[in-house]
Design a protein around this ligand. Structure first.
Ligand code: ATP
Ligand code: MG
Length: 295
């Protein structure tokens, strides 16, 4: 089973890209095969990993996710770039902004990314994690991500106004879930740039924990959600790393940002391994029960 996560928040500048890149790199460091999909025409994840795409003047364009979305004949394998050991990147470029309008009349416009990933996986791509960095809007690009994944993670900053937006965003995910992808769930909030020394910061975290607690046992798509720990502390190294085209583990491996994202990535791998082990065990148990009934 592949873990597929979209990092989504319609609000800009909340930490989506910083989180997607450093979680992807952290999971790859833990030895799992990861595909990071850059769905943002700002191409920040692509730049953060230091992967160059061609400029307009280049005679030979390197293909990007734009080509993949516009032409169903383009394969994922021909666009993906190896970025680090165990970490492949589906890069973006500024042209991607045009995809929204260029795809407007295509009936399969919301499932092109899903189809390309499914095809590559059945051809043996072998990704264990597919992580998507969404743009700060709910257009065709974000909807392509939401059509693929089972999980939505919401990176945010713990401020009262951000909190106000969370309920609304959950409703959006529920609506998209009903129309595009019924398997969609909000599994996590990641608090980026957090200051737990302030009373306000602590109060917002407690409110968020309460919000998810209240949803347990209901049928809303965030009933299994929670605030992931550790929260990510404010750390200037996280701001500096992208301009060097480096992940936080390469740029400043001992800083608070590397510690927090590293621990979060390890926790995510651990919880997924445990879930897979539980599923294996239940398959074995069901198999044994069937054998016993037959005997
Ligand atoms: N923990 C942190 N400490 C300090 N700065 C941070 C932290 N996390 C993110 N930042 C900085 O905040 C800014 C916004 O982060 P980022 O680009 O990840 O947000 P985003 O949600 O992807 O933005 P956009 O909506 O434009 O795609 C960046 O300059 C980033 O370096
Ligand atoms: Mg971003």
């Amino acid at each position: 089973m592949v873990r597929q996560i979209a990092f989504m928040n319609q609000k800009g500048g909340v930490g989506k890209t910083t989180t997607a890149v450093n979680i992807a790199a952290g999971i790859a460091k833990a030895g799992r095969k990861v595909l990071l999909v850059d769905l943002d025409p700002q191409a920040h994840a692509t730049l953060h990993l230091g992967v160059g795409t061609s400029s307009e003047s280049d005679a030979q364009r390197t293909p990007t996710i734009y080509d993949l979305l516009l032409d169903p004949a383009v394969t994922l394998e021909s666009v993906v770039r190896p970025a680090r050991p165990n970490l492949d990147l589906l890069p973006a470029e500024t042209d991607l902004a045009a995809a929204e309008t260029e795809l407007a009349t295509e009936t399969d416009r919301l499932t092109r990314l899903r189809n390309a990933i499914d095809k590559a996986q059945s051809n043996g791509a072998g990704y264990q994690y597919v992580l998507m960095d969404c743009p700060p809007s709910l257009g065709v690009l974000t909807l392509n991500a939401l059509a693929c994944v089972r999980e939505v993670f919401i990176p945010m900053q713990a401020q009262f106004l951000a909190l106000q937006g969370v309920g609304k965003m959950m409703q959006t995910v529920a609506l998209v879930g009903r129309t595009v992808n019924p398997n969609l769930h909000v599994t996590g909030v990641i608090l980026c740039c957090h200051d737990s020394t302030t009373t306000h910061g602590r109060e917002v975290v407690a409110d968020l924990d309460g919000f998810f607690e209240q949803a347990r046992g209901t049928d809303v798509p965030w009933r299994n959600g929670r605030v992931y720990r550790p929260v990510i502390r404010r750390n200037v190294k996280l701001q500096e790393a992208p301009s060097f085209g480096q992940t936080i583990y390469e740029y400043a491996p001992k800083c608070a940002g590397a510690e927090d994202y590293g621990a979060l990535a390890v926790n995510m791998v651990k919880e997924w391994d445990e879930l897979l082990a539980r599923q294996d065990a239940s398959v074995v148990t069901r198999g044994a029960a069937r054998a016993a009934v037959k005997a």
